[in-house]
Ligand binder design. Structure first.
Ligand SMILES: *Cc1c(COP(=O)(O)O)cnc(C)c1O
Length: 353
């Protein structure tokens, strides 16, 4: 099967070899306080720093999922005034969960055709003075929008923490890490391995905020995670196989700069097909190409056409993403993750022609 579902999605084929390796070498049975684990974690963190060009002073933590990361942000970092800005279902869900933890959480929804920057400068007047934590979605997987994150758009305030959900882009495009304090993601999207592992990346400013708040009443408090990280351990028994796969893959994959270029090339092949061939009369759900995410393409059309495409693909052992939430019936989504090769995309295009 070839999956273009926007997560879980196609797993890198070389993962199979690495899974066998992990089994044969007994990696799948090691304890997370053992020396072998410490070596593995140290190496993996260094490799990710290097391949993704993450600043030295930003720290990486392994957790269980992006959803867990949302909760960690609310419990470890928000003082009491968060603001969520979103234009789709994942951003909305994140705001909902924050509200269950922080009672006066605020949220604002903007148009899917608009960039956050334009919304901030042309939309309603947003008073950021009281806001201590901004929660933004870089990759809104539900509708295929992508945002450029920039501290200056929010006044670059010293006491403002910016947390960004980059779940369906981290590992697939270059992210400008210094523009935010928290970056969160899951591995089953652009990292191309089976689900069950989340990645949380923190700036020194985020760690300072966590120290200032001093909250250690949760097993996944950033402070406890940091204490463990310094020993190259984790705060709970992690998905060691997932960490091993990330380790081995990051050693073999090119730098994120190169992956970013490949992502854009593949997306332009897809966009070109739907612009010029388009046998099913679908249109881009996101008309404004400036805010179109390069790792997930959402297409809109008549529901009978959408289901025709879905059925054709299913018959040929190809899986596409269904529409999400309010776009369930009349959209479909195609993941363009690094595990998807140009040949994979050509296979899909050939079938749809
Ligand atoms: C998939 C996704 C999530 C949730 O990821 P889990 O691994 O299920 O926690 C959150 N945000 C975005 C933008 C996503 O695409």
């Amino acid at each position: 099967m070839l999956s273009f579902y926007p997560g879980p999605s196609k797993v890198y084929p070389q993962s199979l070899k690495f899974i066998q390796e992990a089994y044969i070498q007994g990696i799948v049975s090691i304890n997370h306080r053992s020396e072998r684990f410490e070596v593995l974690l140290k190496e993996t963190l260094e490799s990710l720093h290097q391949k993704w060009n993450i600043p030295e002073d930003y720290t990486i933590y392994f957790i269980s999922s992006a959803t867990e990361a949302w909760e960690i942000v609310a419990q470890s970092l928000i003082i009491k005034n968060p603001l969520h800005l979103y234009n789709g279902a994942f951003g909305k869900k994140w705001a909902y969960y924050t509200k269950q933890i922080v009672s006066n959480g605020k949220e604002l929804a903007f148009s899917k055709e608009e960039s956050i920057k334009d919304y901030i400068s042309n939309g309603p007047i947003i008073l950021l003075d009281n806001i201590d934590t901004l929660c933004l979605v870089q990759s809104e997987t539900s509708n295929g929008t992508g945002q450029k994150i920039c501290r200056n758009d929010f006044g670059n305030k010293d006491d403002l923490i910016i947390a960004v959900d980059a779940t369906s882009s981290m590992g697939g495009i270059e992210l400008d890490w210094i523009q935010a304090d928290i970056w969160l993601a899951s591995v089953q999207k652009c990292m191309g391995i089976p689900a069950g592992l989340g990645v949380l990346i923190c700036s020194p400013k985020a760690l300072k905020r966590a120290e200032y708040l001093g909250r250690v009443d949760h097993y996944n408090s950033i402070l406890l995670m940091e204490e463990n990280r310094k020993l190259y351990q984790t705060h709970y028994t992690p998905n060691v196989l997932g960490i091993y796969l990330l380790n081995r893959l990051s050693q073999t994959l090119p730098n994120i700069k190169e992956i970013d270029q490949q992502t854009k090339v593949k997306m332009s092949i897809l966009e070109d097909f739907w612009t010029h061939k388009n046998p099913y009369e679908l249109s881009f759900l996101i008309q404004n190409s400036e805010v179109r995410l390069s790792t997930v393409l959402a297409l809109e059309g008549r529901s009978d056409q959408i289901s025709k495409i879905q059925q054709l693909c299913k018959k040929n052992d190809i899986e596409l993403g269904k529409g999400y939430g309010e776009w369930k019936e009349n959209t479909l989504r195609i993941a363009n993750f690094p595990s998807h090769t140009i040949e994979d995309i050509e296979t899909l295009i050939h079938l749809l022609k």
